[in-house]
Design a protein around this ligand. Sequence first.
Ligand SMILES: O=C(CO)COP(=O)(O)O
Length: 244
Amino acid sequence: MNTPRKIAAGNWKMNGLRADLQEARNLAAAFPAASVDILLCPPATLVGAMAAALVGSAVRVGGQDCHQNVNGAHTGDISAAMLADAGAYHVILGHSERRADHGETSTLVAAKASAAHAAGLTAIICVGETEAQRDAGQTLDVVLEQLKTSVPDGADKANTIVAYEPVWAIGTGRTPTLDQIAEVHDALRAHLPDAGISLLYGGSVKPANAAEIFAIANVDGALVGGASLKASDFGAIVAALDAA
Ligand SMILES: O=C(CO)COP(=O)(O)O
């Protein structure tokens, strides 16, 4: 079977203190046995504590970035092995905020993904066009180039997830039309190294639009930012994916 797994992944970005772990516990309590994979990616400071809070639950924990090296003199950075050691199963890589804020190139993202694979983590590799690139008609060229250069050799459905996140849709409340999402996901699917890799959509996913997005062919789930911070909102998105 090469059917991609359905995945609801939450990216807390730079949000969350220990008190917010209760949201993770509430989410886990609401889905003792969901048919979809549920994942929360808190800031690095909470990875270990969240993993401990979720032991025995169906919700897994991931990081938001890792260094491409195994260890060494890289002040402030975290290796993939450290994330795994803290209880993470996944790591988001190449998010547009990392590409923009930290100048991450696709070549670097591929190196980080290889490091994640070597540490036994699943890499969630993000691609997406800016608004200017979409307006210039470059969307498919941009995302396919990012896919080709950010996904390393050895990537397969067991160690890699790809997320399409149009930069202009992140945190803006704006989403592409369903046809626009379908067009990009169809193109990405056709160019994946393994057709069983799950393809997530990200960018202003919320309970109100989740079901229509999950009904699109080749959308296997979502990478959710703001709406993943509250168990009630994220739980509604998980339930929509479960029902899709
Ligand atoms: O960047 C995102 C997830 O990685 C999407 O963020 P929002 O859901 O807040 O738009």
